[in-house]
Design a protein around this ligand. Structure first.
Ligand code: ADP
Ligand code: MG
Length: 398
């Protein structure tokens, strides 16, 4: 990754109009914000720019209005929520481009903060339409992208603007890029990757990218069953993509050639039904009955995997090791997460994790706070794990 400019490179900001792309796409329930994690992630960049005397103009999308103005997808209610978190006034400007918006920005005092209306109310946003990018750019002197989670999309507000205005990474973006660089860009070896979750098919590109880069590939979750099946194990009624056994074999071969050790579970926890606290058996992978499902990695394998982590300097983790939402199948995920957290806390491991269910699982384990970095970006994190160039990041480093 070539280097990018940060807020440290912005110089004197007094009176400068700074367009800041943030992720304000918070989940709502009955008109209330049900999780403000994304809003909290914006505070550092917005306060710093405001403190430095800039007019801070926050750009973001909300929902999928598909190029139409939709009252239920307005960002207007987000402005007061943000004001509360920032402890400062936040104005709302009813468009992210156009003459009225230019005038509203001109009327703001230095240091003021404003949220601009949903970028996706304009059809050009998702098409990266140069005319819309130019109209947005007319509102600002400088551009800051602080929304890693939207960086896998080449839209006007995430990519187009970076070519029209001097472009910088915000503090949240900077932290994310630095963590990802440490985990997979230029990591300290040995590197371990934990890849779990439901299906191989959703993470094929991740697995292919990782085998060439990591020293240990730990495969858990439902996707481990496909690999076990490829190795001739009868996985019974387990979630398994039998049509992908050849692909799994090819990944194992590629790992072998690259000198990457693949760790598959050798003991597992099985049940006949997918329900809370059903009767279970902890058995060798070769003992799964025809009517049983593998729902978690077994304790012997978990202990061995913990020992593997102890020999590693870097860990990147995506996907739970078992069906962690249902007890007792959270055991392997929780135990391994706590081992990784403890090794990180004592300074012997750099640990970076991401993925919607992964974040939930690490929180459930009480391990997230001790990880070096936990990414809340879903799609962007996975695309980065696939080794793809994210257009919003590329535009900052061009
Ligand atoms: P992430 O969102 O972190 O990328 P995924 O969406 O790929 O993770 O996978 C999470 C899902 O995988 C969870 O709902 C979990 O229950 C499921 N899962 C994990 N192990 C198993 C298993 N052995 N059998 C069935 N489902 C599993
Ligand atoms: Mg998921």
């Amino acid at each position: 990754m070539s280097s990018f400019k940060t807020l440290d490179d912005m110089g004197d900001l007094t009176g400068k109009r700074v367009l800041v792309r943030e992720d304000l796409n918070v989940p709502m329930q009955d008109g209330k914000i049900s999780d403000d994690t994304r809003l909290r992630a914006t505070v550092q960049t917005i306060s710093e720019l405001s403190d430095r005397g800039a007019k801070v103009l926050v750009l973001a999308h909300f929902g999928r209005p598909k190029g139409e103005r939709r009252d239920d997808m307005s960002l207007a209610p987000i402005a007061p929520a943000l004001a509360k978190l920032l402890g400062r006034d936040v104005a709302f400007i009813a468009d992210c481009q156009g003459g009225d918006a230019v005038a509203a920005v001109a009327a703001l005092p230095n240091g003021a903060i404003a949220v601009l209306e949903n970028t996706r109310f304009h059809a050009g946003e998702e098409k990266n339409d140069p005319a819309l990018s130019a109209a947005m750019a007319a509102l600002g002197d400088l551009y800051v992208n602080d929304a890693f989670s939207a960086a896998h999309r080449a839209h006007c507000s995430t990519e187009g603007l970076a070519h029209l205005l001097p472009a910088f990474a915000g503090r949240a973006m900077q932290a994310e890029l630095e963590a990802l660089e440490k985990a997979l860009g230029k990591p300290e070896h040995p590197v371990a990757a934990v890849v779990g979750g439901a299906k191989v098919s959703t993470k094929l590109d991740v697995l292919k990218h990782l085998v060439a880069r990591v020293d240990h590939l730990i495969i858990g979750g439902g996707m481990a069953n496909t690999f076990l099946a490829a190795r001739g194990v009868d996985v019974g009624k387990s979630l398994c993509e039998h049509d992908l056994k050849d692909v799994a074999d090819a990944i194992l071969d590629a790992a072998d050639k690259a000198g990457c050790t693949v760790h598959l579970p050798y003991d597992v926890v099985v049940a006949k039904e997918f329900a809370a606290n059903p009767p279970t058996r902890t058995i060798n992978v070769h003992e799964v009955a025809a009517d049983e499902m593998i729902l978690d990695v077994g304790p012997a394998a978990v202990e061995a995997l913990g020992d593997v982590l102890k020999t590693c300097k870097t860990l990147v983790w995506n996907g739970p090791m078992g069906a962690f939402e249902i007890p007792p199948f959270d055991f392997a995920t929780v135990a391994l997460a706590r081992t990784a957290a403890a090794l990180t806390a004592e300074g012997s491991l750099i640990s970076v994790a991401g993925g919607g269910d992964t974040v939930a699982a690490l929180n459930h384990a009480g391990a997230a706070a001790d990880f070096t970095f936990v990414s809340t970006a879903g799609g962007a994190f996975l695309e980065w794990m696939e080794g793809r160039e994210l257009p919003g990041v590329a535009a900052l480093t061009a």
